[in-house]
Design a binder for this molecule. Structure first.
Ligand code: FDA
Length: 304
């Protein structure tokens, strides 16, 4: 992780900074760029627009680190509503869930139960569930819950982070289960005993994992990156691949590149976050890229 990323993570963790971002027009302007809106309707309308442009969608109800059972149950209910909306509106979309939003930090069995319920409802809606990968404190439980649910339901996928030392082993364990594996670089600051620290090392790990995934059979690679070098690498590997795969990018990030890949005929899925709990998601987007921080600073001083 770069010094810049660490500095942004430390700064945005401070309460006054959170207030500055969540209570100013400038903060909301940045959020508007990366978040489809506050309501499920905002999310499904964004999904309809993307579907019309031949892109599929993963709907993400914002929220994480839920600390009470009722909050976790409410999140599961809202995801069930999202699945109903996907079926009712005929959207080409699935859902992306964070296990701490479904109660993982309170009781792993609560999150596992919710994943079960969502996988069944997704199957009825003719779609899938992707499990996001969060900070490393939750990796082991997340992998176990995914492996258990995927082996019983068969319509799930999991995000794996190239930065973690454990990921190659997780990939070996999970590939025989089928489903889809979303490969990303990793958005959390992690300690050196468990994770690669420099961008160069993480990029090299991403390429190694991408190569394994693209040469695999039976599992659908979901290549989650905006990095032109990684996209080019994936396109090269795609020439030898017979089975399907997809690119994934975040709502509001490189929309021209999203359209370009979709127009070229590649499967392109856009991760569409919606909901009111947007602050932690936004801090990760700011930490990824200096240009996003400058966008906020310019908006704050009215020069954007
Ligand atoms: P990175 O930030 O490394 O940038 C590399 C290069 O890409 C840049 O130098 C630039 O050339 C180009 N680039 C990047 N952003 C650009 C922009 N806005 N405009 C122009 N060029 C740009 N993480 C996680 O820990 N758990 C998860 O579950 C997920 N889920 C997830 C889903 C999806 C669909 C995506 C796309 C990403 C995630 N991530 C994630 C986030 C991921 O781990 C990572 O933090 C970000 O995608 C940033 O890494 P990139 O590989 O996109 O490029």
């Amino acid at each position: 992780m770069s010094l810049f990323t660490r500095a942004v993570v430390a700064t945005t963790a401070a309460r006054p900074v959170e207030r500055l971002i969540t209570h100013t027009r400038a903060g909301r302007a940045v959020a508007d760029r990366f978040v489809a809106g506050q309501s499920l309707r905002d999310g499904t309308e964004a999904a309809e627009r993307l579907n019309r442009r031949r892109m599929t969608v993963s709907l993400d109800l914002l929220g994480e680190e839920v600390t009470d059972r009722s909050g976790a149950e409410r999140a599961a209910d809202e995801y069930l509503e999202a699945l109903d909306a996907i079926a009712a509106r005929g959207l080409t979309a699935n859902i992306s869930v964070k296990l701490t939003q479904l109660g993982l930090a309170i009781d792993p069995s609560l999150a596992a139960g919710a994943v079960d319920q969502l996988a069944k409802a997704a199957a009825e809606a003719g779609t899938t569930v992707t499990i996001d990968m969060e900070a490393s404190a939750y990796t082991a439980d997340t992998v176990d819950i995914y492996a258990d649910a995927q082996s019983r339901h068969g319509n799930l996928g999991l995000c794996l982070q190239a930065c973690l030392y454990r990921t190659p082993e997780d990939l070996d364990r999970l590939m025989p289960l089928g489903g889809h594996i979303r490969l990303c670089k990793g958005a959390y600051v992690e300690p050196p005993n468990i994770a690669l620290q420099t961008g160069r090392e993480i990029d090299a790990a991403f390429v190694r994992l991408l190569t394994v995934l693209m040469r695999s059979e039976g599992v659908r690679p979901a290549i989650a990156t905006h990095d032109p070098v990684m996209i080019k690498m994936a396109l090269d590997l795609a020439r030898e691949r017979r089975d399907g795969f997809e690119f994934q990018m975040l709502f509001g990030v490189r929309p021209d590149e999203q359209r370009r890949l979709a127009t070229m005929g590649y499967d392109m899925r856009v991760y569409v976050p919606f909901g009111s709990a947007w602050y932690p998601y936004l801090t990760r987007r700011l930490a990824e890229r200096p240009a996003n921080v400058w966008f906020f600073v310019r908006a704050l001083f009215g020069t954007g």
